[in-house]
Design a protein around this ligand. Structure first.
Ligand SMILES: [Zn+2]
Length: 418
């Protein structure tokens, strides 16, 4: 049984913050398929299309029949623990700072034998385990041996806390508490055990629906934050920047115009100002402090979440300028991810389909409920994934986009559905 994590004591301000050392990150190109799947929360191995052999480690050709026709396929991960050991010494700085560390050999029911990081609830050889893939602090896929049936606090496992971005006991900034989505995210974070949730509010003097509900929560503090104003962002960063462990950027402006439906660039500028420049201001102000605290004990700074849109992948002409602003934000988020990775901070991009809010009133269902979107955000943090496509519409668009982006573009031009 995993002992529940205790809330860490207040940090001694005199102590020097420890520098982040990443786990070994070099992988061959062929192994990146496993990382690409783990980034979306899946455990995939290569499967030979000729002899059906499942193989690990990843190779250029099938280990049994030498066929080069290998496909990455999702695995259930069921297996049996063959042997386990506990490291008390490591030449690698990352592991040396985190000893003791458990490793094991697992035989998958599907065939291959794997070396995994082992959850503390798995003890005896012969025990059944479930293997899952997670991203480690360097952003590379690693395999973890999970207990067959975990107990209540299994997410508090010390090794797992190093791989995931669980909000429990962490201090979170949600940049916009005005919207239904922002409020749902705040509630979900509080429910997941966040220590403090700072909630940004551009116009704190305004009474808005739902705000009283979240400010009544003990963990929540309303803070003035206007992403369109550089001074507002840097002032807040000066005040709380050194304490934030997770940033969740829910601020967005959403108008429903294409190009021809409106004269002038005001609406498009307003969208860019928050959806693109807002993210840039936020990243410049909060990024450095977050990077500096990535090795700060069990509640180290850990993640940056961007609320994007599935329209970032392919323009939805009815919401044309909004789509363009989200595409710009996606590109910037990729830059942020590259800059955050060396510090071990995960950048999570969330691509919902149309959300059930004021701006999508005219779109037909299915639409994503704000609460469902919020649970997807929290689940992504708990599992430490990088890209999330919550809801049926987002999943379907993603599939169509992967299949053929040009066909999807045509279909969207014709009104959205096929
Ligand atoms: Zn084969």
């Amino acid at each position: 049984m995993t002992m529940p994590l205790m809330k860490p004591p207040r940090k001694n301000p005199v102590l020097r913050t420890q520098q982040m050392n990443l786990p070994p990150w070099a992988r061959g190109r062929v192994a990146l398929g496993m990382t690409a799947a783990a980034a979306e929360g899946r455990f995939e191995l290569q499967v030979c299309q000729d002899c059906q052999a499942v193989q690990y480690p990843p190779r250029e050709a099938c280990h049994r029949c030498l066929s080069a026709r290998l496909k990455w396929r999702a695995q259930g991960g069921e297996g049996t623990l063959l042997a386990q050991t506990t490291l008390h010494h490591s030449n690698d700085l990352f592991f040396r700072e985190r000893l003791p560390w458990r490793l094991a050999l697992v035989q998958l029911d599907a065939g291959p034998t794997l070396i995994v990081h082992l959850h503390d609830e798995v003890q005896q050889a012969g025990q059944r385990v479930r293997v899952g893939a997670r991203l480690d602090r360097a952003g590379q896929a690693v395999l973890i041996g999970f207990p067959w049936e975990g107990t209540e606090h299994m997410a508090d496992d010390r090794m797992l806390r190093e791989m995931t971005c669980d909000p429990k006991f962490r201090k979170v900034l949600v940049t916009d508490g005005k919207t239904a989505v922002g409020q749902a995210v705040v509630k979900a974070l509080v429910k997941a055990g966040a220590d403090i949730v700072w909630v940004g509010h551009a116009e704190p003097w305004k009474k808005l629906p739902g705000l009283d509900d979240i400010t009544a929560l003990k963990a929540v503090t309303l803070v003035p934050l206007d992403l369109s104003n550089e001074r507002s962002v840097t002032e807040l960063a000066g005040e709380i920047g050194g304490k934030v462990d997770i940033v969740v950027n829910t601020a967005e402006v959403h108008r429903t115009f294409g190009i021809g439906a409106r004269r002038g660039t005001d609406a498009a500028r307003a969208e860019m100002e928050i959806n693109y420049f807002g993210l840039l201001r936020l990243a410049q102000a909060f990024g450095p402090a977050l990077r500096g605290r990535a090795a700060d004990g069990v509640t180290h700074a850990t993640a940056w979440v961007n609320l994007l849109s599935i329209f970032a992948l392919s323009n939805f002409p009815a919401h044309g300028t909004f789509s363009a602003s989200k595409a710009a934000a996606l590109s910037l988020a990729q830059c942020l991810r590259a800059e955050m990775r060396p510090a071990g901070i995960r950048v999570v991009n969330v691509f919902p389909g149309p959300v059930d809010d004021d701006w999508n009133q005219n779109l037909p269902p299915p639409k994503l409920a704000p609460a469902a979107l919020a649970s997807a955000v929290v689940a992504a943090l708990k599992d430490g994934v990088e890209d999330v496509y919550p809801g049926d519409v987002a999943q379907e668009w993603l599939e169509r986009w992967r299949d053929n982006p040009k066909v999807l573009e045509r279909e969207l031009a014709a009104g959205g559905s096929q």
